[in-house]
Write a protein that binds this ligand. Structure first.
Ligand code: NAD
Ligand code: GLY
Length: 358
């Protein structure tokens, strides 16, 4: 097991990454100073697979568990789901010193985190991420929230967890497409901050996809360490935290223009990273060789790298213009300046279209 720390003063917390972490959940909750009632927010798929194991671990350690199942899927990351959870917490009389546990992927994590941020003006919560995306990204850093009919993640709060428990064994049951989508974020960390992680992925991506547990612990811990360092520098995304959006400007636009149906988030980010790097080369920030390596790794992971011909480049630009990363007619990009290096640069729509070859 590896334990890292997110250093945020009195809101610092550990991230435990390893095999067999779930059966030790009670021990980790006690270590985090928690006791009493634990409301476990999860969904039917994850509950069926892992709720019994968590139940046993918590009961053995003297906790009282209140399971709260929410419907599966991004379309339920909304105010209606929140309302039903608040009702349960009030009925079950959870108090200020009770805690919430998010057991699931990023949807469950974002919902449960927001509940913890707002119930009784804030109670502690624990992240137990069960998708690769949640293990390397959404469970760390304290962004919580839900969608509004007018846009994704429009209602939210920063609320750091007390602890993050990452058990790599749960990835065994994850559908392969979800695993590969999570790898996009791992590749992102290599590109933005960590050439050695990038090289490791180039050499061993097949073993990662084959769920080599030692390798999974290594790449997940490295990813969380990178995210932790970024969050420590800029917790509330005043500036530097936006580096984590590498590949996401075009990725989000692709998701939006395809009605969030065609791509998983990580797949759209795969295309977004390849295209953002191509734009970086076109603008003179990046060398051709880095672009080739990034494209090759994205494809080797099983992710798409190209914008499909039936998606209009103009519609992508329009979508980027209404996104929060646009100001004064220019769109803010995280540029790749070679593997392990980035810079921020804003581009006019015409420059983006020219770089995309439109
Ligand atoms: P998800 O939560 O929808 O999970 C994907 C699917 O995997 C679901 O069907 C889920 O039931 C299933 N699943 C989860 N764990 C499983 C397991 N171990 N075995 C079998 N099936 C399992 O999707 P996601 O990709 O984890 O998260 C996406 C969400 O995360 C989005 O809402 C996004 O906005 C959010 N997000 C938040 C942050 C943040 O910083 N807060 C960062 C990135 C993404
Ligand atoms: N996923 C981007 C962030 O946490 O800031």
């Amino acid at each position: 097991m590896q334990t890292l720390t997110v250093n945020l003063g009195d809101r610092s917390y550990p991230i435990h990454v390893g095999e067999g972490i779930l059966p030790r959940a009670g021990e980790f909750l006690s270590q985090a100073g928690l006791r009493g009632k634990v409301a476990i927010v999860t969904n039917p798929t994850v509950a069926q697979l892992y709720l019994d194991a968590v139940h046993e671990a918590l009961t053995d350690a003297g906790f009282e568990m209140i399971p709260i199942l929410i419907p599966e899927g991004e379309e339920h990351k909304n105010l209606k789901t929140l309302a039903s959870i608040y009702d349960r917490l009030i009925t079950e009389r959870l108090e200020r010193n009770s805690c919430v546990m998010a057991l699931g992927g990023g949807v469950v994590g974002d919902v449960a985190g927001f509940i913890a941020a707002t119930y009784l003006r804030g109670i502690p919560y624990i992240q137990v991420p069960t998708t690769l995306l949640a293990q390397v990204d959404s469970s760390v850093g304290g962004k919580t929230g839900v969608n509004h009919q007018n846009g994704k993640n429009l209602i939210g709060a920063f609320h750091q967890p007390r602890s993050v428990l990452i058990d790599v064994t749960v990835l065994q049951s994850l559908p392969p497409r979800e695993l590969v989508a999570g790898l996009a974020e791992v590749i992102k960390y290599g590109v933005i901050e960590h050439p050695a992680l990038f090289t490791l992925l180039e050499e061993k991506i097949d073993k990662v996809i084959g769920l080599d547990r030692e390798l999974l612990v290594q790449i997940i811990a490295t990813s969380c360490r990178i995210k932790a360092r970024v969050v420590e520098k800029d917790e509330r995304e005043d500036d530097y935290r936006a580096v984590l959006n590498f590949g996401h400007t075009i990725g989000h636009a692709l998701e939006a223009v395809t009605d969030y149906r065609k791509y998983l988030h990580g797949e759209a980010v795969g295309i977004g990273m390849a295209q953002a790097t191509a734009i970086s080369v076109h603008q003179g920030f990046c060398d051709q060789r880095s672009l080739e390596r990034i494209r090759k790794l994205i494809r080797k992971a099983g992710l798409p790298a190209d914008i499909p011909p039936d998606v209009s480049r103009q519609s992508l630009i329009q979508s980027m213009e209404v996104d929060k990363k646009s100001a004064e007619g220019r769109i803010k990009f995280v540029m790749c300046a070679g593997i392990g290096r980035t810079c921020f640069h804003s581009l006019a729509p015409g420059e983006i279209l020219a770089a995309l070859g439109a």
